[in-house]
Design a protein around this ligand. Structure first.
Ligand code: HEM
Length: 458
């Protein structure tokens, strides 16, 4: 057994070395970037494991600009992209897709039939079918649920308490009621506990993860499909999530159908809207199985990712906190009447600034599905001194989309972009040109055909 393991390890190293020697030369190598401190990890330990997020990344941004080259594991070249035009191009082009590791993880967790893993026409069909639950009008109809959850939070006044332990269940409450039309306790304690484990799993990073990603991304998709049956704790949590979500989703769909048969009034929640015969008549796209297949994704996609950072900044900026509270109190009558949100400039500035500084997905890897030429908004100087305004990437090369870096470009967000300063949204300091994302020109909800469906809800 020991010999077999040694043989497998030696073979893997030989294959990786040959791969790094024989792969086609890449234009990314001509782009300046930070030196790599290790062949095994490249710059990834600096990028992903800094004790403070962005410690290296934001220095590289100011030194090399919004496009630079990096090394990933085993000498792989990677292009870091925070240039707005390049990001817009990549997010909207069919020549790029989620990098294999991210995609395989999504398939493990959500299966092939969820909107996040579906491709091409199937993706468009599912998005069109789900859209009625995420329009401005639909999200407005969820306001009573949001209000109820906010009132529950209002009772939480203890100082020195862990806000994350309160905000996460509150977010799950809002999603559960507004999406499924059921209180969280109806999902079962096992489901709620497993959901927390999934979030921990997807949020953790380590050297082992980096290496597993590097090796895993070179494995064929069938290995990933088989991997879910491995008896490890992580895969057990993923298996359980898939199983429980299907069970919960299936039960709710059946209950809604039974209620409709009995002529009972339908709820305002997302599932009820989708299962309403009138909606189905209009969209004519989603089957009951399609709706059940979205349960896991929506319950996980909607986990709390951002609000706790907003509260942290309010604690750091008590003057702003006082002004924001005064604005909310001054509008409290209008809030009850559901009219207030657009008339609250400080609240809007606060939301935008929090989403800008704390994107839930600060880095998103994309792979080139075919050779492509990426246009740059700002030209750069290559190693051989040539000024270039486009970069050729080859099929199979991976690009790191620097969402967090993009959201700290002085050219977009005005002076001191690393500082929390909601006033930048009120003083006209932020860029007003072409939008790259769905909200406030930010990419926290990504952009293009795979923009977060739930951004208005969020
Ligand atoms: C602040 C909160 C949120 C943030 C920052 C966020 C961010 C994102 C991002 C970055 C993606 C793209 C993932 C990828 O393609 O790799 C995404 C996709 C998605 N999000 Fe959100 N999300 C949030 C809240 C929500 C909520 C509340 C819902 C639903 C209730 C939701 C539903 C979805 C769905 C269905 C997709 C898949 C869209 C597709 O692939 O076509 N999100 N989200």
């Amino acid at each position: 057994m020991e010999y077999a393991l040694q043989f497998a390890a030696t073979l893997s190293v030989i294959v990786l070395v040959l791969y790094s020697i024989l792969r086609r030369s890449s234009a990314i190598r001509d782009i300046p970037g930070p030196p790599s401190p290790s062949w095994i990890f490249g710059n990834l330990r600096q990028l992903l494991l800094s004790p403070v997020y962005g410690e290296h990344e934001f220095n590289w941004l100011s030194f090399y600009g919004s496009v630079y080259s990096l090394r990933a594991c085993f000498g792989e070249n990677r292009l870091m992209v925070a240039d707005p035009l390049a990001l817009q191009y990549i997010l909207n082009s069919p020549k790029f897709y989620r990098a294999p590791i991210l995609n395989n993880m999504a398939i493990l967790l959500f299966g092939d039939s969820s909107v996040i893993t579906a491709r091409g026409n199937e993706h468009r069909r599912l998005r069109a079918g789900l859209n009625p639950g995420f329009t401005t009008a639909a999200v407005r109809s969820y306001h009573p649920v949001f209000k109820k959850v906010a009132e529950m939070l209002d009772n939480f006044t203890t100082t020195n308490a862990d806000v994350c332990s309160v905000l996460s269940p509150a977010t799950l409450d809002a999603i559960s009621e507004a999406i499924l039309g059921r209180p969280t306790k109806d999902l079962g304690a096992e489901f709620a506990a497993n959901n927390i484990e999934i979030v921990k799993l997807t949020a953790s990073q380590s050297e082992t993860h980096i290496l597993a990603d590097a090796i895993g991304s070179r494995l064929p998709a069938w290995v990933w499909r088989a991997a879910i049956y491995l008896p490890t704790a992580a895969f057990a949590v993923a298996r359980q999530e898939k199983f429980l979500a299907k069970q919960v989703g299936g039960r709710i769909v059946r209950e809604n159908r039974a209620a409709a048969t009995l002529g009972l009034e339908r709820g305002n929640d997302f599932f009820s809207v989708l299962l309403d015969p009138e909606t189905a008549e209009k969209t004519k796209t989603l089957t009951d199985q399609d709706i059940v297949a979205q349960t896991a994704l929506i319950l996980i996609a909607g986990q709390e990712t951002t609000a706790s950072f907003g509260l942290l900044e309010l604690a750091r900026h008590p003057d702003f906190q006082d002004k924001l509270r005064a604005e909310i109190y001054a509008n409290s009558a209008a809030i009850v009447a559901d009219l207030a949100y657009e008339n609250m400039p400080l609240l809007n500035a606060f939301l935008k600034e929090t989403l800008r500084l704390y994107p839930a997905v600060p880095l998103a890897d994309r792979v080139a599905l075919e050779d492509a030429i990426i246009p740059l908004g700002e030209s750069i100087v290559s190693f051989n001194g040539e000024r270039i305004n486009q970069i050729a990437v080859r099929k199979g090369e991976v690009l790191a989309l620097g969402i967090a870096s993009y959201q700290r470009l002085a050219s977009r967000w005005g002076k001191n972009p690393h500082e929390f300063n909601p006033s930048r949204w009120l003083d006209g300091d932020t860029y007003q040109g072409d939008a790259v994302g769905p909200y406030a020109n930010l990419l926290s909800f990504l952009g293009g055909p795979r923009t977060c469906l739930g951004w208005r809800f969020a």
